[in-house]
Design a protein around this ligand. Structure first.
Ligand SMILES: Cc1cc2nc3c(=O)[nH]c(=O)nc-3n(C[C@H](O)[C@H](O)[C@H](O)COP(=O)(O)O)c2cc1C
Length: 440
């Protein structure tokens, strides 16, 4: 175990994988993008392997561009997907990504309460502020919302949603058929939340769910993102390419959580990793190259440009990486900007080609490629460093790396007592997290 602390493991149930070229590989069947049966199979396999949570990312724009015919789109938005998955699984938490910038608190609170009912207390909300520049226009906005304002809105949306969830006391429903009283009016109150950006009256028009509030998940590493996580998050996704960066983030966020008057042990800060696994390292390297060849470097760099807010597409691939924007000076993804700055400062990458190769069709999440032993060793190295409370596993090519990870790597992680496996006891996701934290 990492420094004696039990770890938690999440699995991304994206049917294609984290690599943007994965859909083109002969080992992927593109029709699985719209197969709910396949999603359920993936979720059940992850549950059987012992993952404590299932995750799905979401965006609100066709980010890779309607002019680019190699870009693919998904079939399911997260609520519909998790409602289906919930009724075919029993234990894992269901981490549903919902934008705070583009979802009204009243809608959001109802949807998540409903999912918590459907899943018998397993709903979690991955609060994202939706940093891409294309989404605003889909919601009638001419200009993007600034980074700072997105987090200010997120605070409002979270507070408004909490007020709505708290508008019903747990035992407010009496359902007294004889007396004709459905609820006790002393136990239902309006939310009356008035924020600078969002307001809502309430009360909510759905009865309280098992967890009442979903588990809160968050992933921003900017100062605003860290402040937000410290205040609200119960699970924090971390991105790092170097253990020292992870340590800085891990220690800073734990300190901020304590400063906010919360118990740092009860908040799981977990490392995101993308994995490519084959029985031998030669086979893993070969498929890694195949995936790499399916997505031109220029496309990866165009994607990174959007993430960090700097155009990297006009220079030659072997040119040095141009001067990068100062932290906080762009309106896009600060996490990725800081990561690229750190890679350059450490001399880990020098040219645009180096950057494209390192990103390899992804968004800056650490990549682990190899035979099962190698993948388990690398996970163990991060765990032993004491810089993470768990791992979010993002298969590079889900239809191959999903089963390879669960069948070949999970047994090694269990042997090494890194992965405990979710106990089959019936409990809510929050109870499961708290039980794990107490074992630590
Ligand atoms: C594992 C992981 C999953 C994420 N999933 C999403 C997502 O589904 N949708 C989204 O808009 N942003 C997603 N993000 C991006 C974050 O929400 C956030 O915008 C980004 O890390 C930049 O935040 P910052 O500018 O505060 O550092 C994800 C980040 C990570 C690390």
């Amino acid at each position: 175990m990492s420094q004696g602390r039990p770890l938690i493991f999440g699995f991304n149930i994206d049917p294609m994988g984290h690599h943007n070229g994965a859909w083109r590989h002969p080992g992927s069947d593109p029709s699985k993008l719209h197969s709910i049966e396949y999603e359920i199979e993936l979720a059940q396999k992850a549950e059987a392997a012992g993952f404590e949570m299932l995750f799905i990312a979401d965006s609100l724009a066709f980010n890779h561009g309607a002019a680019d015919e190699t870009a693919f789109v998904k079939a399911f938005e997260p609520f519909t997907l998790f409602a289906a998955v919930a009724s075919h699984t029993r234990y894992p938490g269901l981490v549903c990504t919902v934008s705070s910038t583009y979802t009204e608190p009243y809608n959001l609170a109802r949807y998540l309460t409903s999912l918590d009912h459907v899943s018998h207390g397993r709903a979690a909300w991955n609060i994202v502020t939706t940093a891409d520049p294309l989404s605003p226009k889909n919601f009638g906005l001419e200009a993007p919302v600034s980074h700072g304002e997105r987090y200010a809105v997120a605070n409002d949306v979270a507070e408004a949603a909490f007020a709505l969830w708290d508008s019903w006391e747990n035992d407010a429903v009496v359902a007294d058929q004889g007396g004709g009283r459905f609820f006790d009016k002393k136990k239902v109150a309006p939310a009356n939340y008035q924020g600078r950006y969002r307001s809502t009256a309430g009360p909510l028009n759905v009865v309280p769910s098992p967890q009442k509030r979903p588990v809160i998940v968050q992933a921003g590493q900017s100062p605003d993102g860290r402040a937000f996580a410290a205040k609200y998050a119960e699970v924090v996704y971390m991105v790092a390419q170097h253990i020292d960066d992870a340590r800085e983030y891990y220690q800073d966020i734990k300190r901020r959580i304590a400063d906010a008057g919360r118990d740092p042990k009860k908040v799981f800060v977990i490392m995101s990793v993308r994995v490519l696994v084959e029985p031998t390292s030669e086979a893993a390297e070969a498929r890694n190259r195949e995936l790499f060849d399916l997505l031109p470097l220029e496309k990866t760099l165009a994607n990174v440009s959007k993430l960090i807010g700097l155009d990297l597409t006009s220079a030659a691939l072997d040119d040095q990486i141009p001067e990068l924007p100062e932290p906080g000076s762009t309106e896009t993804f600060q996490t990725q900007l800081a990561m690229v700055r750190n890679l350059v400062a450490r001399g880990q990458i020098r040219t645009l080609r180096d950057l494209g190769v390192l990103m390899n069709g992804g968004q800056g999440v650490l990549s682990i490629t190899g035979a099962p032993q190698t993948v388990a060793d690398e996970i163990q190295r991060w765990a032993d460093a004491g810089v993470t409370d768990g791992f979010m596993i993002l298969p590079q090519q889900t239809q191959v790396d999903g089963p390879n990870f669960t069948d070949l790597v999970v047994p090694l992680l269990k042997e090494r007592r890194l992965m405990a496996g979710a106990s089959p006891q019936k409990m809510t996701f929050r109870q499961r997290l708290n039980a794990t934290a107490e074992r630590g």
